[in-house]
Design a protein around this ligand. Structure first.
Ligand code: UD1
Length: 345
């Protein structure tokens, strides 16, 4: 099959130039499908498209656009012969969502609504949605299964939950839709080429991006938010998942959409890692120091959160393959490669 032809069915990736989208593009191409990236570049860079082309070995289609632009979405779906959409476009900073709730409802919820209308108009009714473990709110029991009660503790979480509800309603209304809601735990790491990775604007909120900046000497020290949690070492526990494993989970979902109506599935490793364990692993595998100080708990943080990933194995035939050490090594390689690219000499 000529994979460069616009006649070949393709997979549209909204938010395709972002951290997770770019890694999914690589896995989609590796699976013999054609990724088409759709992104308004509000939190990612156009240069990702070229770097993806060099990883994949052929040019990658990119449409600069907003998911709220129904006309452009319809044009893109038709011109690129899209057979399924992986929907990742959205705003995702918890703190910012408290300050700007309307921007979150507009981009995430209204954006998804406009996109679904366009898909319906074009007869494209297969969708994998980027949801989050944030929809479980404060964990009531661990590990977290998909039947855990849902709640939201921030406007960001509310928008993810609202979209999940919208998709369920849609599924009930029309059996031609095939929907999969993937609930991510904590994606970290980077592609092993060092060419793509997480590139947050401004001061990072999340742990791994901050660890990278401290290790690179851009910040003096890491603040560890809380050393008095009821965990073995007192620091918060999360289920960190390598972004390449996460990406492979999306391809598995796309390939099994035909057998689904509307299913929510966790993407995690099933293993909890504390902040200090992650920092220790990072220092060990990379041979660098990450100076850190204990601080008070960050408001809104939970003690522990990790997945029961057994449904993903059962329904998608997917499980993670990479360790926390791999995540630390690959993230550091990306940090160094991107620093070298942006250095003046
Ligand atoms: C956060 C969001 C979550 C979102 C996810 C995206 C909050 C409350 N939750 O999850 O909704 O889906 O990001 O990846 O913001 N930590 C430090 N020092 C730091 C940064 C983090 O000690 O500078 C600790 C945190 O207290 C936590 C762990 O590292 O124990 C992970 O934090 P983070 O990477 O921000 O992810 P979450 O809080 O799990």
């Amino acid at each position: 099959m000529d994979m460069t032809s616009k006649q070949t069915p393709s997979i549209l990736l909204t938010g395709g130039t972002g951290f997770i989208g770019s890694h999914i593009a690589v896995e989609v191409a590796r699976a013999g499908l054609r990724p088409v990236l759709y992104d308004n570049l509000c939190n990612s860079k156009r240069s990702v498209v070229e770097r993806l082309g060099s990883i994949i070995g052929r040019p990658v289609d990119f449409v600069q656009g907003d998911i709220r632009d129904g006309d452009l979405m319809r044009r893109t779906l038709r011109e690129h012969h899209v057979s399924a959409v992986i929907h990742l476009a959205g705003l995702k900073a918890v703190g910012e969502s408290v300050q700007q709730p309307l921007a979150y409802w507009d981009n995430n919820v209204v954006g998804t609504l406009r996109m679904l209308e366009a898909m319906n108009d074009c007869g494209v009714r297969s969708l994998v949605f980027s949801s989050s473990a944030t929809v479980y709110g404060e964990p009531q029991r661990l590990p977290i299964t998909e039947s855990h009660p849902l709640s939201a503790t921030s406007p960001y979480g509310q928008t993810k939950l609202a979209i999940e509800h919208m998709l369920r309603d849609l599924s009930v209304s029309d059996e031609r839709w095939h929907l999969c809601l993937l609930r991510y735990f904590n994606p970290v790491g980077a592609h092993e080429s060092g060419q793509i990775g997480e590139d947050p604007n401004g001061i990072p909120n999340n742990l791994m991006p901050f660890v990278l900046k401290v290790a690179a000497g851009q910040f003096r020290e890491l603040s560890v938010w809380g050393g008095d949690y009821p965990t073995p070492d007192g620091t918060g526990v999360r289920d960190y998942i390598h972004v390449v494993d996460l990406a492979a989970g999306h391809v598995a979902a796309v390939q099994r959409l035909d057998g689904m109506r509307c299913e929510a599935i966790n993407l995690g490793t099933g293993r909890g890692t504390s902040v200090l364990e992650l920092v220790g692993a990072f220092e060990r595998v990379n041979g660098v120091k990450v100076p850190h100080v204990m601080k008070d708990r960050r408001p809104g943080d939970v003690t522990s959160c990790f997945a029961d990933p057994s449904l993903a194995l059962q329904r998608l035939g997917w499980r993670t393959q990479r360790t926390v050490e791999d995540m630390c090594r690959d993230a550091w390689r990306w940090q160094n490669a991107s620093a070298a690219r942006t250095s003046p000499d």
